[in-house]
Ligand binder design. Sequence first.
Ligand code: MG
Length: 264
Amino acid sequence: MCATCGCGDARGTRIAAPHGTGAAPQDHSHSPAHAHGHAHPHPHADEQEPGATITLEQKVLAKNEILADRNRAWLAGQGITAVNMMSSPGAGKTTLLERTIRDFTGLRPVAVIEGDQETMLDADRIKRAGCAVVQVNTGAGCHLDAEMMRDALTTLSPASGSLILVENVGNLVCPALFDLGERSKVVIISVTEGTDKPLKYPYMFAAADLVLINKIDLLPHVDFDPVLCEKYARSVNPDLRVLTLSATTGEGLDDWYAWVAEQG
Ligand code: MG
C-alpha cells in the first residue's frame, strides 16, 4: 500500500447517486475518525517512526478484511453477486459496463458502483444505460475499500439476486490490495497498453480471477501481442482465465457473459 498518495485515507470520500435517484449523498469528509489531530491510519510523514508505516498499513488492511467479510456475508445472504472491475484509466471499463447493462436488460437486475477520484461523469453514463448506480468519489484516494463498498451498497439498496458490477478507480496498484467482499476480481487491459503490463503490475494480476483483453478491434493498428500478454499474465497467476473482446464491436462478449453467469 502506498503511504504517500492518500491510500487508506477516507477524507474527502463522497458517495452519491446521480441526479434524480433520490438517494442522499453521504459526506465522510468530517468523520470524527478522520478529524485532523485525531488517531487515524495515515500518519503525517514527520510523525512516522521506523516500522510504523508497515504496522499501520497492516492495521488498515486488517480492518478492511473485517469489513470485506461482512460485505461478503451480506451479499451472500441477499443472493447478490458482486464483481470488482479494475484497470488502468482508459482501458474501457465504463464502455464495457454500458454494453453489459444493455445486454442484461430483462435477464437479471444489474446495479453499478462507480469509483473515481472526482466527477459524476461515469455514473451519469451508467444511468443513461438504464441501470441503478452510485458514484463513489475517493478524492485523493486511489482505490475503493470495503467501507466505501458497504456505504455504497447501503445507498444502492440492490434487489435480491442482483449482479453488482463495481468499477474501481483506474489504477493497477492499490485496488489489488483492498478486498471489497466481492465474489470475483476482473482486470481489464486494452490493446492500446503495453503487452508487458502483467509483468509490471504482478500483484494486480496475481489477485485477479479473470483478465479481459479489450479493444481487440484495434489490434491491426497497434503493437500488442495478446498471446504473449496472456503468457505473462499466467506467469504470475497460473489459474487466471483470460478472454479477449471488444466492448465496441461486441466480439467476444458472449464468453464474458458466460463467465459472469458462472459467478452465480
Ligand atoms: Mg470509467
